[in-house]
Write a protein that binds this ligand. Structure first.
Ligand SMILES: NC(=O)c1ccc[n+]([C@@H]2O[C@H](COP(=O)([O-])OP(=O)(O)OC[C@H]3O[C@@H](n4cnc5c(N)ncnc54)[C@H](O)[C@@H]3O)[C@@H](O)[C@H]2O)c1
Length: 379
């Protein structure tokens, strides 16, 4: 079978996330990186393309040239799907133009910088019948997929409490010096959007909440912390969530949790049992009940669900990690692009991205209006 022709925008040698997507795209031999714009500086762009072995004839001066040149090629040679790995404010204009010109898209989160933009993209995607993934990376872990599957099968009984915490500490060393904090794009509203912490990592926690439970959060109330008057974007937030009067939870996110690395911790409590999972230890899933000792579930064993087994390449005891999780998402997208059968939730969709933007906007609005409850119903 011919490989899927993949383009990449952003994700250059200077980026954090580029290598994750490149490795993920190669993992199951389904894609070929055919071209792109890795960097706004053309010399850097070409240098980097040579370094990673991409044909420089299809590495373009800028994004507009990329579109112009690619659409002029015959359909069977044209790039099919494009990964958008640029800072947040570029996701919307780039994804929009890609959809308008017939490309499928894999876009980094947060989907856009506003809910209105997200709705516009959704409308365009539906009209064009395009495949559109939003890379909420953590859904690619086998144990996360196993949790989702087992919760849907009733393993925990009715869910009654969800507690998702995402704590990082990397902003602590930069936030206290006004000159240093100016250099961080995630703290610049023009580049990051209306939120730093909730937009960057709270959105992962929110998506995980709905992904795992299969339920929509109905309303939220938030309390944010900006630390300094001249810093307009949140660095920390606590969000109360309600699925219904009887099913509630909390999302806690922070970039100033001093010393924390990438501490995403997930707990879902049901009437019959609970699951607990930590991103920094992703091959261990705890299953707790009232009357049995705590069980440890691990990937690579015959007892895991089919969807978890499909996302595991090696026998038990060979730790797989974040690269493999993103690889699983790319595999899900490849199946969709080639019309193959796939599991529910093999890649996060446009709807996850749109709801993520609604969450970010409502969290900021709730805080600004004195920590009030707001509905999260998608209009
Ligand atoms: N899924 C995840 O877990 C995860 C993790 C980290 C980052 N992200 C997301 O990925 C995106 C990028 O984050 P990052 O940390 O890699 O950022 P970064 O600043 O490290 O890298 C951004 C890259 O985009 C390139 N770029 C900027 N403007 C461009 C343009 N006009 N054309 C082409 N390339 C351009 C830069 O040269 C750089 O290579 C963000 O939206 C972020 O939220 C997601």
């Amino acid at each position: 079978m011919s490989k899927i022709r993949l383009g990449i925008v952003g994700g250059g040698g200077d980026s954090l996330i580029g290598v994750l997507h490149r490795v993920a795209s190669h993992m199951f031999d389904r894609y070929e990186i055919t071209g792109g714009v890795f960097n706004p500086d053309f010399d850097e762009n070409i240098k980097f393309a040579k370094h990673i072995g991409v044909n420089t004839d299809r590495v373009y001066l800028d994004f507009d040239t990329f579109i112009e040149e690619e659409v002029s090629k015959p359909k069977d040679q044209r790039i099919e799907v494009v990964s958008v790995l640029t800072p947040n404010f570029l996701h919307f204009p780039m994804a929009k133009k890609l959809l308008e010109n017939g490309f499928h898209v894999i876009c980094e989160k947060p989907l856009t910088t506003s809910y209105a933009e997200a709705l516009e993209l959704e409308e365009l995607q539906k009209r064009n019948n395009a495949i559109f993934a939003v890379t909420y990376t953590y859904t690619g872990y086998p144990m996360v997929r196993h949790m989702k599957h087992m919760i849907a099968n009733g393993e925990l009984g009715e869910v009654q409490k969800v507690d998702i915490q995402y704590y990082q500490g990397w902003i602590n060393p930069v936030i206290h010096d006004p000159e240093v904090r100016k250099t961080v794009w995630r703290l610049d509203p023009k580049k990051a959007g209306i939120s730093s912490c909730i937009g960057d990592i709270g959105t992962h926690a929110f998506q995980m909440t709905e992904y795992l439970t299969g339920m929509e959060v109905k309303s939220i109330l938030s309390d944010l912390n900006m630390l300094y008057d001249d810093n307009s974007l949140d660095l920390d937030g606590t969000v109360l969530i309600r699925f219904s009067e009887a099913v509630k939870g909390v999302i806690r996110a922070s970039q100033i949790a001093t010393g924390e690395e990438n501490g995403l911790t997930v707990a879902v409590y049901g009437k019959k049992g609970a699951f607990k999972w930590e991103q920094e230890n992703p091959n261990i899933l705890y299953h707790m009940t009232d009357d049995q000792p705590k069980r440890i579930i691990k990937p690579g064993h015959a007892y895991v669900s089919d969807v978890a087994a499909d996302g595991t390449k090696l026998p038990g005891g060979h730790p797989e990690g974040i690269f493999d999780a993103m690889g699983n998402i790319y595999k899900g997208v490849a199946k969709a692009l080639r019309g193959e059968k796939s599991f529910d939730g093999e890649y996060p969709t446009m709807n996850d991205g749109v709801r993520g933007m609604l969450f970010i906007e409502k969290v900021v609005e709730s805080h600004k209006n004195g920590n009030i409850w707001l509905s999260l119903d998608k209009k």
